[in-house]
Design a protein around this ligand. Sequence first.
Ligand SMILES: Nc1nc2c(c(=O)[nH]1)N[C@H]1C(S)=C(S)[C@@H](COP(=O)(O)O)O[C@H]1N2
Ligand SMILES: [Mo]
Length: 548
Amino acid sequence: MTITKRSPGRLIDALSGLLAAGSALATAELAAAWINPQAAPLIAVGGAVIDAVPRPLKELAVSVFGTADKPLLLGGMAVVLAAFAAGIGVLARRNWTVGWLGIAALSLLGAAAALARPDSALLDALPAALGGFVAMGVLQALLAVSRPRLAPTPDAPVAATSEEAEASEPATSELPQQPSAAETFNRRGFVALASTAAALSAAGGVTGRWLAASSGGTAASQAAVRLPRPASPAAAVPDGADLEIAGLAPFFSANEDFYRIDTALATPRIDATTWRLRIHGRGVNERTYTYADLLAREDIVERDVTLACVSNPVGGDYVDNARWIGIPLEALLREAGIRPPREGGPADQLVSRSSDGMTIGTPVDDVMDGRDAMLALGMNGKPLPVEHGFPVRMVVPGLYGYVSACKWLVEMELTTFDAFDAYWVPRGWAAQAPIKTQSRIDTPRQGDSVSLDSGTTVPIAGVAWAQNVGIDRVEVSVDGGPWQQARLAAEDTADTWRQWVFDWPAEPGSHELRVRATDRSGQTQTADTAPPAPDGATGYHTVNVTVT
Ligand SMILES: Nc1nc2c(c(=O)[nH]1)N[C@H]1C(S)=C(S)[C@@H](COP(=O)(O)O)O[C@H]1N2
Ligand SMILES: [Mo]
């Protein structure tokens, strides 16, 4: 037990600021769990940051952090908020109005971000506002309880203000140990109040998160889904479509392993029993469908389709394959009277909107040209996972996800490319983006050291994709030598990736391996390297290995 004659000090004030911020966040989190999880201040502000970040920065973030970019963004925001909160705590000690204004400014920021979300309601400002009030109360209480007390010790008067305390500091440290009654602030009271605030905040935050995660009946409505038996099942995957080589991506990607790319900091939770899909716009007899309407349809199809993200760098893993169950999109559009431009229809762009306001623009001619474009309800035999768009998403073979694969779909509007730019277009990405034919070496990996003692050849294996067209040839070049044909796995469909393997008669030493694919239209991948923006990366995947 030490005696301090100093006022509680900046550290205590900063800590008070942090605790006030924590209580504010927990309060807001709890309120948002009831009102709208997207209105939680950190989520809302983070979403605004994501929407505002210019393309080069976003690409940098994705290339450096991959899909960890979101936790990192949230973590970064928490650090910035903590710095502000600590500062507010310190300033509030001297001038309560300044502290009050600081808290008000932060909670206004949270409220504004929540209101700026698409489809927001006035109520969405409430979590941040409540958080602000709680922060003011908690900060005021903590500062009050830790206010220096005039508790003179037998041998020295106690400094009443921090200024005096700092001036008398040298003497202070030489004072003998004294009973706690001489402490200049109510340490016990502060510790009690502070730990209560911390514990309540932690409990509130966790409860809020938990409520949000199980809110809206999502869990219940998802568990209740019985996927219909497809009227048109997928053909059996041919023997030999999966080469089952160690290190090679499996032919079907498990739902848990399927890449995930979206701007949603908080995954939208939709109750399928109240979900509606509205189709409207130019040349449309407006229609609205419920989830039950879709499940009850007699034209349900099952198809294998490989999705790919435009942000995938050459050799990257933002590409995966699944078996989807859904409604043929063309049939649904025809029901609403829609004709593609090819047949004189007035709208060339189908804009899909998600519940969190994402807009994705797809050429109407593409989704009505006979390919297996669908509104997917199921993924690999299960209802869509929440992360992948529950209850309904689009899947269009041959188009990058950002121009086709809208998750948490709630609305489809028929318009034109001239009249409307979807979310990514003003951010520097192409309005139309068919998937570019690509190939990837999965094994061996960059930097691997391969030992020859298990045989005389080393299998080089990977995947190649050219959705909606099909893969016809894959070739491998070693150390810049001639292109040699790899053996292709059996083809499932033109919409799925295709595995390949090349039995490489390897020699000891360091080697460079490259791969290229040729699609069924006769196009061979270009060797020219291009970054993902604006419409997909090009170049040959190259790995360097050592053979021993
Ligand atoms: N609502 C919504 N849908 C979206 C996105 C999004 O950010 N929000 N991202 C798109 C992009 S860029 C891709 S590549 C695919 C990825 O789908 P997945 O996460 O299921 O793999 O979803 C698309 N659909
Ligand atoms: Mo994407």
